[in-house]
Design a protein around this ligand. Structure first.
Ligand SMILES: Nc1ncnc2c1ncn2[C@@H]1O[C@H](COP(=O)(O)OP(=O)(O)OP(=O)(O)O)[C@@H](O)[C@H]1O
Length: 721
């Protein structure tokens, strides 16, 4: 499936790239473009809840903004005439019960409020006949009217003969071997290369990426300046190895099969999984007259868009087949993080706030969560959220690539299978369409707002990387506070979790720098994780990362669902399930931690120890002044000053040595997973200021001494003034 179908050759000796054409380029057209299809939502009948009030959290109650949608023409279940799609109401919504009865009478009356990620919901949902479950066949048609015609992919009419993923692949494999699903790697890094599109081909841009099964090579063309008039082109090769590399022929079905499908079954076994796409975004530049796209997107949205639907389809299949009558319920929420703030994409982009309760559970106050029973409804919700995302701020399409969009599919179940009790979170699958990576790099833009956004994106991408690395290293401390994004995803980083990162790259020579940045980010996430070779960027193609990541990890729960249901539901879902042994923690501790806590960076008063420098007075070349026309007092004063200067110099050397030690400690810490970027920056700033101030002091003293020598007509043989 990873064979590259292309014509033409690359000359290895000279490094000259020949123009290549895709002779068999294929894409399945499923879900062309963004998550931005017309919303066109049909309204569904809502049902309310009967939930005990919880006044403390009823901050946003009574807003009357709740989305109530009524969709006609659906089947009847248990006396209900329609399917319903309802926001999970907050505890504290007193009107919930009456709303349930009078749902049709007061369509706009639903109050958003607190959504605890382990929220309560007492709705009963009818058993869904299997025949009604969406079959996935009609959803992924190409969308007409893509905003950017020029970015259409180059598509040949020919389809590959590669086998499609069988419709019931997941169900079959899951029924046959549940344990297999527990061998899903804790972190999986997959790269997807998109095809060159028409615009890139028209500009004669080349495909500079060769893919293999789990590795790829980027051929970067560089210029060597041989002489003033002679610029020689050469090609630098960058090789990377990941868990899987998906080339331009790979369909969205296959992407799903490789990434999310394996983790769907374990969501039912109390796993929190996160899937995110990372890569270059489209960048717009303004020329004198037109706004044009200088770089095209790498395919994040194209890749991410179909995944939640495909996952929902499989989740519902499991709910209605394997776990039939076991009381599982599926909930959807969709929100975005823009400029460090949260907005509900399923509730008119209402601003949300995040809270941590006493048990350190993250609550997104006001977020609406919809209980869903069919894929069609989920599709509508996604479309609604996507259109809200893209038009929510300035209406510019571009805005969407500056925000992180998070779509969550939560599986809940009532305690003891009794649906009259509030359901508790069992597992969760979060899909994140990350802001474009080079939005973060664009911090040199003139626009202050863009720079602020860029800094925020940088912060969240760094924090995300650190959390994933800490996660894979079984690090006790997960630095989720590093950014809003990671804070929100906190419960996805504790306990039994899985992460799939899909790095999307453009094949085009014009995007080479961005592509390398994306791959280095992915490589950093992957290569520093547990059990992997810490070598980065250029890896031996013999080194197969896949082997190291498909081994079941000790943290993977081995008990089956039946095992779990035999237990009473514990009060807490998170954190307590995975606790590495003390012995293990000791082993993975960096050595400086084992030997005790690193000393805090102190003040200059107490941090410098007694001089133990090997530098002796006689080692320092002593300046022999040639004195002329000066009396003894002047001479003594000068000698005194000289001594003071040399002493100050010695002290400064000693301080420098201590500072260097501090710096080395800081660097060691910075390389550890879980380091706090803020702390690193603060301490580095303090160190640099201290060095700068010490140098300045010495320079001032030296200048003063030089002036004194000059004033006294003292000639110093080695002085260069
Ligand atoms: N694997 C692929 N096969 C075919 N076409 C693709 C593929 N990946 C992306 N495309 C096309 O490339 C264009 C850019 O993709 P997409 O919008 O997903 O990029 P993006 O990274 O999400 O950009 P942005 O951050 O600006 O939203 C779209 O027209 C999309 O249809």
């Amino acid at each position: 499936m990873n064979g590259v179908a292309r014509q033409g050759q690359r000359s290895g000796a000279t490094g000259v790239h020949h123009q290549r054409q895709y002779s068999d380029n294929f894409f399945d057209g499923s879900s062309n473009g963004r998550w931005l299809q017309s919303a066109g939502l049909q309204h569904l009948q809502t049902s309310g809840n009967s939930i005990p009030p919880l006044q403390d959290y009823n901050m946003y109650g009574g807003g009357g903004q709740g989305t109530r949608m009524l969709r006609n023409g659906q089947r009847s279940f248990n006396g209900m005439n329609e399917y319903y799609m309802e926001p999970s109401t907050p505890p504290g919504n007193h009107r919930a019960s009456s709303q349930k009865k009078n749902a049709e009478d007061s369509p706009g009356d639903f109050s958003p409020g607190l959504l605890d990620l382990h929220s309560f919901d007492t709705e009963l949902i009818p058993e869904m006949p299997v025949s009604n479950v969406y079959d996935g066949a009609s959803m992924y048609q190409p969308v007409q009217g893509n905003s950017f015609d020029d970015s259409e992919p180059y598509i040949s009419g020919k389809q590959t003969s590669r086998a499609r993923v069988p419709e019931n692949n997941l169900l079959k494999s899951f029924s046959v071997d549940k344990e297999k699903s527990n061998s899903v790697a804790k972190i999986k890094v997959v790269v997807r290369k998109r095809p060159l599109n028409k615009k890139e081909l028209a500009k004669s841009e080349e495909d500079i990426i060769d893919t293999h099964s789990n590795s790829l090579t980027v051929h970067e063309t560089k210029l060597k300046v041989s002489s003033i008039v002679d610029l020689t082109q050469y090609v630098e090769k960058h090789e990377f190895v990941f868990d899987a590399v998906l080339n331009e022929e790979v369909t969205n079905d296959e992407v799903y099969h490789e990434t999310v499908e394996p983790i769907v079954p374990i969501i039912f076994q109390r796993t929190k999984a996160t899937c995110f796409a990372y890569g270059q975004t489209v960048i717009y530049k303004i020329s004198l007259i037109v706004l044009f796209s200088a770089f095209l997107g790498s395919g994040k949205t194209y890749t991410m868009k179909p995944l939640p639907l495909k996952a929902s389809r499989d989740i519902l299949r499991l709910m209605y087949h394997t776990y039939r009558n076991q009381g599982f319920q599926l909930f959807v929420s969709f929100f975005e993080i823009y400029g460090g703030k949260l907005f509900d994409l399923l509730n008119d982009r209402k601003k949300l706030c995040m809270r941590e309760d006493g048990k350190q559970q993250v609550c997104i106050v006001g977020l609406q969560e919809y209980r869903v029973a069919d894929v069609e409804t989920i599709k509508e919700l996604i479309e609604k959220g996507s259109s809200t995302r893209s038009t929510g701020t300035t209406g510019a399409n571009e805005e969407s690539s500056r925000s992180h969009a998070i779509l969550q599919l939560a599986i809940k179940r009532s305690a003891d299978g009794n649906e009259s009790k509030p359901p508790r979170l069992v597992g969760k699958l979060s899909f994140i369409d990350l802001a474009g990576s080079e939005r973060g790099a664009d911090t040199t833009d003139n626009d202050k707002q863009t720079r602020i956004e860029g800094a925020e994106i940088n912060k969240s991408l760094l924090a995300l990387k650190e959390c994933i690395r800490a996660l894979d290293n079984d690090q006790g401390h997960i630095p989720f506070r590093g950014s809003k994004l990671t804070e929100v995803l906190r419960d996805s980083f504790v306990g039994n979790s899985r992460t799939v990162m899909i790095s999307c790259i453009s094949p085009s020579s014009g995007s080479c720098e961005h592509t390398l940045n994306t791959l280095r980010y992915a490589d950093r996430v992957k290569s520093l994780s547990k059990g992997n070779n810490p070598k980065k960027d250029v890896l031996s193609s013999n080194f197969n990362l896949k082997e190291s990541t498909t081994i079941p990890l000790s943290s993977v729960t081995t008990s089956t669902f039946e095992d779990r249901t035999a237990d009473a539901w514990p009060e807490e879902d998170d954190g307590d399930e995975f606790s590495p042994s003390e012995e293990y923690c000791e082993q993975v501790k960096p050595s400086w931690k084992k030997n005790g806590k690193m000393e805090p960076f102190g003040t200059t008063d107490n941090k410098f120890k007694k001089p133990n420098s090997q530098i002796k007075w006689k080692d320092i070349p002593k300046v022999e002044p040639k004195v002329a026309n000066s009396d003894d007092d002047d001479l003594n004063a000068l000698l005194q000053e000289e001594e003071e200067l040399v002493n100050a110099h010695r002290k400064q050397v000693e301080e420098t040595m201590n500072i260097v030690k501090e710096e080395m400690n800081l660097l060691v810490e910075a390389d550890q997973p879980g380091n706090q970027l803020d702390d690193y920056i603060t301490r580095l700033n303090a160190i640099l200021s201290q060095k700068a101030s010490a140098i300045l002091q010495l320079q001032t003293r030296l200048a003063h001494f030089q002036k004194r020598l000059k004033d006294h007509n003292v000639l110093v043989s080695s002085a260069g003034y």
